[in-house]
Design a protein around this ligand. Structure first.
Ligand SMILES: *Cc1c(COP(=O)(O)O)cnc(C)c1O
Length: 413
């Protein structure tokens, strides 16, 4: 307790000297920027309710129905993370130990983990540097007789440059297509939301993504047979523990105070004293090391689905704001001689983040951005299989992105 208090006091002193040094009092957050007071209210109500109600199926069904309607998909299934939705996709597509999957050589560790938990071997393909998607020109040479699936992703809220080419290569080679839409929920390509072009897509409402339930994910498909398999997986999935749900609800309250509240410069430290140890960590050390955690693979419980329903009401409005913020970063790129990320023809991005390739020294030390721009950029990704340091070879563009890609926030709170 004393240590917490001492830390909070130290942070307060540091915070209060910021204006004197010419820094803004608060810095725009890279997480939970879409959690508002109405979400905090939902979390508080759930914490007051009888936790038997946390097992209600109605809010989960309602969330799935609302999401699939909004997304223009035939079917949707909610889980405790896009990583779990990926595991559901692996089950639905009947991928087996010994099969191979092609993944971008620039991704989150939880993506290869989902495959490795089932004994499937990832093969990494390089990305392009316009939108950071899989590079279609390098894909065919990676496909072997063992390749059963390809994961294409849409990063930073952008639509992947080679989207259609990748889909057609996969169809030609009879590979299943899983779309990782974790960072681009709501982006549109040719008048349809992304994720509706492959076989199964996964979306994330983890706290750093386009919308937030702190942890959460969805799998969608337009194929009735795959939908039945996803439903079977969801049916068998365990319910998260009441303790985990309570911590997640506390994290909503804590995150609002830390990232969004107008008085966050003082409330964040107060909350860290009051709610210490109630915060959840969304990717554990075990997962970074490729170990499957005991609580992995859960379905989404009712109070988290209620948050999802509320976030969905606001997602379009927040994505519009993100596109407006991107204009500011466009102007910064133009004024400073950096290349803007590419928005492909017929696409509408959501700009979760605004990626720019800068000099490696500028990625290593981000103080310049705090001073010049009043933001601290994100570093996704600072390693190929972020945040693990597992090496990936033969992906020179991914090497460059690891060394040089920083990303500005899409929402300035
Ligand atoms: C965050 C992320 C995931 C995992 O999403 P969770 O909901 O945290 O499991 C997968 N892929 C990409 C590209 C991500 O950014």
């Amino acid at each position: 307790m004393f240590k917490l208090f001492a830390n909070a006091t130290y942070n307060q002193v540091k915070t209060l000297t910021k204006p004197l040094l010419g820094y803004p009092l608060t810095t725009p957050p890279l997480a939970s920027a879409t959690l508002d007071m109405d979400d905090v209210q939902i979390a508080r109500e759930a914490l007051r309710a009888d936790c038997r109600s946390w097992h209600d199926e109605q809010p989960v069904n309602e969330y799935e129905t609302k999401f699939k309607t909004w997304n223009g998909s035939g079917f949707a299934f909610a889980f405790m993370g896009a990583r779990v939705a990926l595991s559901a996709a692996i089950y639905a597509l009947d991928l087996k130990a010994g099969d191979e999957v092609i993944l971008p050589g620039y991704t989150c560790v939880v993506v290869p983990n989902a495959f490795q938990y089932t004994g499937i071997t990832p093969q990494y393909c390089d990305i392009e540097l316009d939108t950071y998607g899989l590079d279609a020109s390098k894909l065919t040479q990676k496909i072997s007789s063992k390749t059963k699936a390809i994961v294409l992703h849409h990063l930073y809220g952008l639509v992947s440059r080679d989207y259609e080419k990748i889909i057609s290569i996969c169809r030609d080679h009879n590979c299943a297509i899983i779309e990782d839409c974790a960072q681009s929920t709501g982006a549109v390509y040719k008048n349809r939301r992304i994720g509706n072009y492959g076989d199964i897509a996964v979306y994330s409402s983890e706290q750093t993504k386009v919308f937030s339930t702190v942890q959460g994910g969805i799998a969608t498909t337009n194929n009735a047979t795959l939908a039945q398999r996803l439903a079977d997986y969801a049916q068998q999935a365990p319910h998260p523990s009441d303790d985990h749900i309570a911590r997640q609800l506390h994290t909503v309250i804590f995150s609002y105070a830390s990232y969004k509240d107008p008085f966050r410069w003082i409330k964040a430290d107060l909350m860290s004293i009051l709610h210490a140890n109630k915060n959840i960590i969304t990717t554990t050390t075990e997962e970074v090391n490729g170990v499957k955690p005991a609580h992995y693979g859960c379905k989404m419980p009712a109070p988290i689905a209620r948050l999802g329903i509320n976030q969905l009401k606001k997602i379009d409005q927040y994505n519009t704001k993100r596109r407006q913020t991107a204009n500011r970063w466009d102007a910064w790129c133009a004024a400073n001689g950096y290349a803007k990320p590419v928005v492909i023809a017929d696409s509408e991005p959501v700009f979760l983040r605004y990626p720019v390739l800068v000099e490696p020294e500028k990625k290593k030390n981000l103080q310049w951005a705090h001073k010049e721009l009043g933001v601290i950029p994100g570093v996704w990704y600072s390693s190929h299989i972020h945040p693990s340091s597992k090496p990936v070879t033969g992906c020179p563009n991914a090497d460059r992105a690891v060394a040089q890609c920083i990303n500005f926030p899409g929402l300035i709170v």
